[in-house]
Design a binder for this molecule. Structure first.
Ligand code: HEM
Ligand code: HEM
Length: 181
């Protein structure tokens, strides 16, 4: 369990595995979608589904373990901004894979996870066109996946700025604690 002085190895491992994966997924997602680079789509989906399971473990651990206690007393506003940002980050990491799966699965594009067809594509044999299984939910997935992507970029930038402020300006142990020191 976490203490104000030290985080448990599970908290630290889950934070960094998910942090690095989400940053990579955002980069790959925007890159492939802006450039319409289709060879990356199946890789993006495969890793996205895999990350979803790690995210579920993280949420379970966060509920069981509680939110981090600050290393020292911060001004109330600063504490609030950090709390809201942590919520946006954790909810964002849950909703990104779900919305991606809704978009791909119910949009009829299918979801292949490392070659295994988790959800089959839905091509109309007569026309050869991809048809949605549920157009409304697929559109909701598409909208959420794109816009939450932008929200996460802003939240991660704020979060990183906060971590560096604690380390360099306040010179406290916030970042060191997340690094296991
Ligand atoms: C794990 C977290 C994930 C993150 C952070 C993420 C992030 C992103 C981002 C930022 C984009 C570009 C959005 C746009 O401009 O439209 C994108 C595109 C896409 N993502 Fe994800 N994604 C994740 C998981 C998934 C999953 C699990 C799937 C499907 C199983 C998926 C399917 C797609 C598809 C099909 C696109 C292309 C959209 C288009 O070209 O219009 N993503 N992703
Ligand atoms: C860019 C590099 C990153 C750094 C340097 C960093 C640093 C930190 C630090 C120092 C804490 C502890 C805060 C405290 O003690 O109050 C923390 C917590 C947290 N970070 Fe990050 N982080 C990074 C990226 C991310 C990313 C990409 C995400 C998610 C998308 C994320 C999600 C969280 C969450 C939800 C917490 C709350 C505690 C927890 O659930 O483990 N972080 N981060």
């Amino acid at each position: 369990m976490d203490t104000p002085q030290k985080f448990s190895p599970l908290t630290i491992a889950l934070h960094w595995v998910i942090a690095l994966s989400i940053i990579a997924m955002l980069g790959v997602g925007f890159y492939m979608s802006i450039n319409e680079y289709y060879p990356l789509y199946d890789w993006h989906k495969s890793f996205g589904v895999l990350i979803f399971f790690v995210v579920l473990v993280r949420v379970w651990w966060r509920v069981k373990n509680g939110w981090p206690v600050p290393v020292r007393a911060y001004p109330a506003l600063e504490h609030r901004v950090a709390q809201v940002t942590h919520w946006v980050l954790i909810v964002g990491t849950v909703l990104m894979p779900i919305s991606g799966m809704l978009y791909s699965g119910l949009g009829g594009w299918g979801i292949k996870v490392f070659g295994w067809a988790m959800v089959a594509g839905n091509k109309n044999p007569a026309t050869g066109q991809t048809e949605p299984i549920h157009a409304g939910l697929a559109e909701l997935g598409e909208f959420t996946h794109e816009w939450l992507g932008y929200v996460l970029v802003v939240a991660i930038t704020l979060h990183l700025a906060g971590a560096l402020k604690h380390h360099w300006l306040d010179k406290d142990r916030t970042l060191l604690r997340m690094l296991g020191r």
